[in-house]
Design a protein around this ligand. Structure first.
Ligand code: OGA
Ligand code: MN
Length: 292
């Protein structure tokens, strides 16, 4: 099969604080090395990529995802098995139930602003979300530029977080559910005692050299370690979510959205549970955040 060359890759930056649409490619077919490199470069330049109108099998989604790095195995479902039989790299994000069992995670509720799995020592870098079924309204996914969040921080806040570390509480998921393993920690208010990784509040992206604010998720005891009250943490969140730093995507079937957990947060709108939404997701292996 002839590979698609770099000439086919059209990078169209969005009129938004981040993001580009990639046009001209069919991801079910191979891309040559230069075409792959152009897509990865567009991802570094634009933080988030949208590629519409794709028809991908699970195998093709996995093959394409590997241009962003080695793949991570998906977190197992509640019964400890793979979400999609035979594809341990795939997570299913869905509200659909089959025989009383959820076929995916996150349900239909809001998924608050977060970066994926920041409670891990080496959180995944790229997340690729491919839509197979979408509701008629709601369920949009928003991305927020954390380079800009850092760059636009008032100087006093920048100074206050220099060299500081945050606790990435593992107790809750971004859908507000308690992770079974950490049920004992529900209600923990002392960040020193919260389970989960400790990461620098400002991290350097290894490919771009740019500094990004790294907050993870606002839940449980997530906090700036060593800070007695939550005022600083609250101020950082307010700065991110009240500024004009985000872009939101309304899904159509066949869309692929790719984000970089090192320099973006994301958020998912709720939607009517009478409708079906189903996404397959891959993630690339993580790396420990590099302190600025
Ligand atoms: C995720 C996630 C958002 C969505 O897969 O990590 O947050 O739009 N998904 O389903
Ligand atoms: Mn997520």
């Amino acid at each position: 099969m002839q590979s698609q060359s770099v000439d086919a890759v059209e990078v169209c930056p969005l009129d938004a604080p981040l993001g580009a649409e990639i046009r001209g490619v069919d991801l079910s077919k191979p891309l040559d090395a230069a075409a792959q490199a152009a897509i990865v470069q567009a991802w570094h330049d634009n933080l988030g990529l949208l590629i519409r109108n794709q028809t991908l099998t699970d195998t093709q989604l996995i093959a394409f995802s590997k241009i962003f790095g080695e793949l991570e195995m998906a977190p197992p479902n509640k019964s400890g098995s793979h979400w999609i039989e035979g594809y341990p790299e795939l997570a299913c994000i869905s509200n659909i139930t089959k025989d009383g069992q959820a076929i995916g995670s996150l349900g239909n509720g809001e998924a608050i602003w977060h970066t994926d799995m920041s409670f891990m020592e080496e959180p995944p870098t790229a997340s690729l979300l491919y839509s197979l079924e979408v509701p008629s309204s709601g369920g949009g996914t928003h991305l927020l530029n954390m380079y800009k969040a850092y760059e636009t921080l008032p100087d006093d806040l920048k100074k206050r977080i220099e060299g500081r570390v945050a606790v990435h509480d593992a107790t809750y998921t971004s859908a507000g559910e308690v992770r079974k393993k950490f049920a004992d920690f529900v209600g923990t208010t002392d960040p020193e005692k919260a389970p989960g990784a400790r990461h620098p509040l400002v991290r350097v992206h290894p490919a771009t050299g740019r500094k990004a604010l790294y907050l993870g998720r606002r839940s449980g005891a997530s906090n700036v370690l060593g800070e007695a009250d939550t005022a600083l943490w609250d101020a950082l969140w307010a700065h991110c979510t009240e500024g004009d730093l985000a872009w939101g995507h309304d899904w159509a079937v066949g869309d692929l959205l790719i984000w970089d957990n090192r320099c973006l947060m994301h958020y998912r709108e709720s939607f009517d549970n009478g409708e079906r939404r189903m996404m397959h997701r891959t993630q690339t292996k993580g790396e420990a955040p590099i302190a600025a």
